[in-house]
Design a protein around this ligand. Structure first.
Ligand code: HEM
Ligand code: HEM
Ligand SMILES: [Fe+2]
Length: 480
């Protein structure tokens, strides 16, 4: 992982080096995300823990903002990494990209420090500019918002200009168009209104249209690129799948946004629109699942028929994480999402721990997995190894992180189930009912198990970092 700083095998390819810079910060922020998650989880069990030092509201805020930011870093890193391979030319304006990287990293550091050191105070115009904007997941203060827009414009220019200069593959065409939408949507979450319904209305344009439309398409392009690189899948097949996925993802995901418009004061026709289109959202996720396993099985089968033994993959850690993505995306977003997407169900589950269960499994399954896979591809490239095999540490990381997140998801699903029964159905969703439900054993025990599984996840993360730091050298030795 660290090799790429000075001695790497990119042969002067600056775009890939830049990609690795983003990957490194992504991993650090991922670690921070988990640590703050552990603090927040512990506060469910011991509410006074770190009170007035690191309040739950702040721990939770850092946890979920770090999540979004590390994923954006890993996404930008992935694009810089794949760009020269896809376009066939050196990325235009890598120097600007480096400048953008440093501006972004300094801004993120300042924002996090401000979150931690200024925890309470009046909500004024100044706090929107300097402290945070108070929109879940995208809480950066306005000065940082503007900085982010500038950095993203630099990034987009790099991608677009390289695309125009080089080859225009199907994968890159989807990437360039989709990134424009992804970046543009960020602006829907940047203006202030004191009407909470309006605020939520636009805020979902960012959150929902990111995770259920543009980020999913992004993942589709990454999977397409990675399958070609890792198992030698045929470009024509992969790109055909990609276009179908794009059609289905946007076809269901855009109006699927209605599932967030059930109870915020938007017109009631959103019930039907949201129910119908969001219920279709799992369909492309099934397609993506089938696609990855189909290509893998096909290439493996061809290799065996030719009398070759062993795996076709030249990077088993990356392939493992990408296969995990196929499962996790379908389970976390598709199944756990579908559970609560109809208004008849959502009226009971809305905002319970069930939502948090879905939030964890989907963000992990759909995004964390494949981005980790891309980082492994980066490591392979940086060390210049032709075949990178999973080590004991790779497997421990994969197993413990997956087991931990699944465990947290099940625990939270149980807590949510209890809330639905007691707080919503039995006690009628009153203020008091909320607290009663949180004191019952099912809820308390579920929160305990979530904390335990959180620790398991964190141990897996330590294995992951250890593996990323060592696997390249090891693979190089084997190769030599
Ligand atoms: C990878 C894709 C997805 C991610 C990362 C994701 C993530 C999330 C998160 C974090 C929330 C909670 C937002 C909040 O703080 O209020 C949420 C809410 C929700 N998600 Fe997803 N989601 C994904 C896909 C889906 C899909 C495909 C469906 C439906 C089939 C779905 C249905 C819902 C619903 C109905 C809610 C509202 C829950 C409530 O009323 O409390 N999600 N999602
Ligand atoms: C060490 C492991 C982790 C622990 C202990 C943990 C703990 C927590 C806690 C306590 C919350 C606040 C829940 C609430 O407000 O009721 C939370 C929220 C959240 N976490 Fe984690 N988390 C961990 C890992 C992860 C991972 C790996 C992801 C995704 C990749 C993730 C994504 C989220 C999301 C999306 C939310 C907001 C959910 C919502 O409000 O609906 N967390 N987490
Ligand atoms: Fe949604």
């Amino acid at each position: 992982m660290l090799t790429s700083i000075k001695t790497n095998s990119f042969e002067g390819n600056k775009s890939k080096e830049l990609g690795m810079m983003y990957f490194r910060v992504a991993i650090i922020l991922f670690g921070a995300q988990l640590l703050f998650g552990l603090v927040a989880a512990f506060q469910f069990l011991v509410p006074g823990f770190l009170f007035e030092l690191l309040d739950f509201s702040v721990a939770r805020m850092v946890h979920i903002n770090a999540l979004v930011v590390w994923m954006l870093y890993a996404m930008i890193g992935s694009v810089y990494y794949m760009l020269p391979d896809e376009t066939g030319v050196e990325t235009v304006g890598v120097g600007l990209g480096k400048l953008g990287f440093w501006v972004l990293t300094v801004a993120v550091t300042i924002v996090v420090l401000v979150y931690i050191f200024v925890q309470v105070g009046a909500g004024t115009e100044a706090s929107i500019w300097l402290i945070h904007e108070g929109r879940e997941y995208i809480e950066a203060p306005r000065w940082a918002d503007i900085g982010i827009v500038v950095v993203v414009l630099l990034f987009y220019w790099n991608v677009f200009a390289s695309y125009m200069k080089g080859k225009q593959t199907g994968i890159m065409t989807v990437m360039v168009a989709n990134l424009l939408a992804l970046a543009g949507l960020y602006m829907a979450g940047m203006f202030f209104t004191d009407n909470i319904s309006m605020d939520q209305f636009w805020w979902w344009w960012v959150i929902h249209l990111w995770v259920e439309a543009t980020w999913e398409v992004f993942v589709g392009t990454l999977a397409a690129y990675a399958l070609i690189k890792i198992i030698g899948a045929k470009r024509e097949v992969v790109e055909m799948w990609l276009w179908i996925e794009v059609l289905m993802l946007f076809g269901s995901g855009i109006l699927g946004m209605g599932h967030h418009y059930f109870w915020i004061g938007t017109p009631e026709y959103w019930w039907e629109i949201g129910a119908l289109f969001s219920a279709l959202e799992p369909v492309p996720l099934i397609a993506m699942f089938v696609h990855v396993l189909y290509d893998w099985g096909k290439e493996q089968g061809i290799a065996h028929a030719e009398g070759k033994t062993g795996t076709v993959a030249n990077n088993t850690p990356a392939l493992s994480w990408i296969v995990m993505n196929a499962f996790g995306n379908f389970l976390g977003a598709g199944i756990w999402g579908f559970f609560h997407t109809l208004p008849q169900v959502n009226i009971y589950t809305h905002g319970t721990q069930f939502t948090a269960a879905h939030g964890h499994l989907s963000f992990f399954g759909a995004y964390a997995t494949i981005l980790i896979g891309m980082i492994y591809m980066g490591v392979q490239g940086a060390y210049g190894v032709e075949k990178m095999k999973s080590t004991f540490k790779t497997k421990m990381a994969l197993f413990l992180i997956a087991f931990g997140v699944m465990g947290m998801t099940i625990a939270l699903t149980i807590a949510g189930y209890e809330q639905v029964l007691v707080e919503r159905a039995e006690l009628g969703a009153t203020w008091n009912a909320f607290f009663v439900a949180q004191e019952l054993p099912w809820y308390v025990q579920a929160q305990l198990w979530r904390a335990v599984m959180g620790v398991v996840t964190f141990v897996g993360f330590i294995y992951l970092v250890w593996d990323l730091l060592t696997i390249g050298t090891q693979a190089k030795k084997v190769q030599a």
